[in-house]
Design a protein around this ligand. Structure first.
Ligand code: PEP
Ligand code: MG
Length: 593
């Protein structure tokens, strides 16, 4: 643990946006490590807590019983007996009584009561030293973990019941947990694991919640109710700050609010460079309500609607009508501006309980995700495509397929799937736009290399630098251990972007970019210099990007791009770009510190 003037400070990846700093009280989301502290509840919550505990026991019973049945079929009664014994431990009436008693007499949260009761039982067994008992202890730990997993899985319940704004600290958050966070009560998020390109980071930035990911272990040093500062500009978590530190950061927060107000003036202004090139700036969104935000920030369209998040926010899959309502709302809000709806991209770190591969995969990033999965889940795909087609008469709706690797996949998606679903609508007399534009993400190296072939069948391209970087650099986008390799400004990635833009130009195919790099003020000049004239980014980044576009000239951007394409590493690209940007637009490059 690092300290600055005696104050513990943890470094991580800053997922900065315009509201990059927060000061507040901590709420710790317990993790899979199941390291549960002694948490108390209010007396009026006792009944509800006992109910939560009972539900966790029932869910654990279902799992163990299903294990028992499976093992009985495959391995026989002897092995099934192992699980039978676990059921007896799980349902031991003394243990059930003891845990309920701890919850009601000491106002303990269910998970704290479970840990205390199981520890006490294990202590008794430890004193009886024999190997049978060692096995028994293993069983008790197993059951304890299982119950805790169910309890902590429902921890988002307590997150939903927050009554005052907090700073959420967690070992990690799944995309669905992040998607369900209430922006009114979460001032900032800090996680121990995860990385800049991961979906938790992307979602936090979409929700405009300051976020720092990949800080390493810090949960052992912090408790609910502690005060912390989250600096999502520099990537810092500061525990128990002194008054001077709080005052320093409060000043930055105040200065930040006035800067944001000034940026509002840019809403209706075009992004035209100093030498007259028009740059189209669109928004990436994850939820329909963000379309209003996109308009507020001056977006000229929705360049990427990540629809998989529609599935994460509810218990069951959205119906065709629910999909339709979401897409129609966005299309109408955008009033004829492009709305590029990307079909669901489950898999990799955007896994949900109901979707993803049919069986666990050793290497999910290289597995069944994106369009690969859609082509195997015909009904799920059909529901979504029919809804998009139905919404296409309410605005400038377009379809985009994720993670396309081969021409064959694109053909199947466009000429088998979409065609079939169009024919169905036609047959039923349901209106849709039969000229709807259908394009693809360019985020797999194979697609970049084969882009001239894709140009014959795809109406447009959008470069996904998050995945492109992951695959070009062979560096998991959410893994801090390899985050030093995950850089979208590595010359290898930039050369790929350059090549894609060149081929798109030669084949007159519209091309945009919707990866995280598009919202980075420091790197916008590189992208323009590589030939891009259309960018889609998080709504909160739009005003700043517009402002910079209006101050720089394409001629200068091209000089920067020409130079960096010759560099051998990302660090040189970064140093050179910072120097150039400080020369070109010094007023935007001052760090807030
Ligand atoms: C990308 O990969 O760059 C992208 C925009 O898609 P996602 O981040 O949703 O994978
Ligand atoms: Mg992607």
């Amino acid at each position: 643990m690092k300290t600055v003037s005696g104050i513990p400070v943890f470094n991580g990846d800053a997922i900065g946006n315009t509201h990059g700093i927060a000061i507040g009280k901590v709420f710790v989301q317990e993790s899979e490590r199941l390291n549960v502290g002694e948490r108390t509840i209010l007396p009026e919550q006792i009944d509800e807590e006992i109910e939560r505990y009972k539900l966790a026991v029932n869910a654990s019973y279902d799992e163990i019983a299903s294990n028992r049945d499976n093992v009985l079929g495959s391995l026989g009664q002897n092995f099934a007996d192992i699980f039978e014994a676990q059921i007896l431990i799980l349902q031991d009436p003394r243990m059930l009584r003891e845990i309920k008693n701890l919850i009601s007499s000491r106002s303990l949260a269910a998970e704290s009561a479970v840990v205390i009761a199981h520890n006490a039982q294990i202590e008794i067994f430890r004193k009886l030293d024999n190997s049978y008992i060692a096995e028994k202890i293993n069983d008790i730990r197993d059951i304890e973990k299982r119950i805790l997993r169910h309890l902590l899985g429902t921890r988002s319940e307590s997150l939903r019941k927050l009554t005052e704004p907090v700073i959420l600290l967690a070992s990690n958050l799944t995309p669905s947990e992040t998607a369900n966070l209430d922006r009114n009560f979460i001032k900032a998020i800090v996680t121990e694991s995860g990385g800049f390109g991961g979906h938790t980071a992307i979602l936090a930035s979409a929700l405009e919640i300051p976020c720092v990911v990949g800080c390493g272990s810090f949960l052992g040093n912090v408790q609910n109710g502690d005060t912390v500062v989250v600096d999502a500009i520099s990537g810092l978590l500061i525990l128990n700050p002194d008054d001077i530190t709080v005052q320093k950061y409060q000043k930055i927060i105040d200065a930040g609010s006035s800067r944001i107000e000034n940026l509002d003036e840019l809403r209706d202004v075009d992004a035209v460079t100093a030498d007259g090139a028009k740059i189209t700036i669109m928004a990436n969104i994850e939820f329909p309500h963000e379309a209003d935000n996109a308009i507020q920030r001056g977006a000229e369209g929705i360049g990427l609607f990540r629809t998989e998040f529609l599935y994460f926010t509810q218990e069951s899959d959205p119906t065709e009508d629910e999909h339709f309502a979401s897409y129609k709302k966005v299309a109408e809000t955008m009033k004829g501006k492009p709305v590029i709806i990307r079909t669901f991209d489950f898999g990799d770190d955007k896994e949900s309980d109901r979707h993803g591969a049919f069986a666990p995969e050793r290497n999910p990033a290289l597995g069944l995700r994106g369009i690969r999965l859609a082509l195997k889940r015909w009904q799920l795909f059909r529901t979504q495509i029919r809804a998009i087609l139905r919404a296409s008469v309410y605005g400038n709706v377009q379809i985009m397929f994720p993670l396309v690797s081969t021409v064959k996949e694109f053909r199947q998606a466009r000429y088998s799937a979409v065609k079939e679903f169009m024919d169905e609508l036609e047959h039923d007399g349901i209106p849709y736009n039969d000229k709807i534009k259908i394009g693809m993400m360019v985020e797999v190296p194979a697609a970049v290399v084969m882009l001239d072939h894709f140009a014959e069948i795809s109406d447009f391209f959008s470069i996904g630098t998050n995945d492109l970087t992951q695959y070009v650099m062979a560096s998991d986008r959410g893994n801090r251990n390899v985050s030093h390799l995950f850089s979208s400004s590595d010359p290898a990635v930039l050369r790929m972007i350059h090549s894609a833009v060149r081929v798109a130009g030669q084949t007159s195919t519209p091309i945009s970019l919707c990866g995280q790099i598009g919202g980075d003020p420091m790197r916008i000049a590189i992208l323009l210099g590589l030939g891009l004239r259309s960018i889609s980014c998080t709504p909160s980044s739009i005003p700043r990007i517009k402002q910079i576009c209006r101050r720089i000239a394409i001629a200068d951007c091209e000089k920067i791009a020409e130079k960096i394409l010759l560099f051998s590493n990302a660090a040189d690209v970064k140093d050179y770009t910072i120097r150039e940007m400080i020369n070109l637009v010094p007023e935007f490059m001052n760090k807030v510190s």
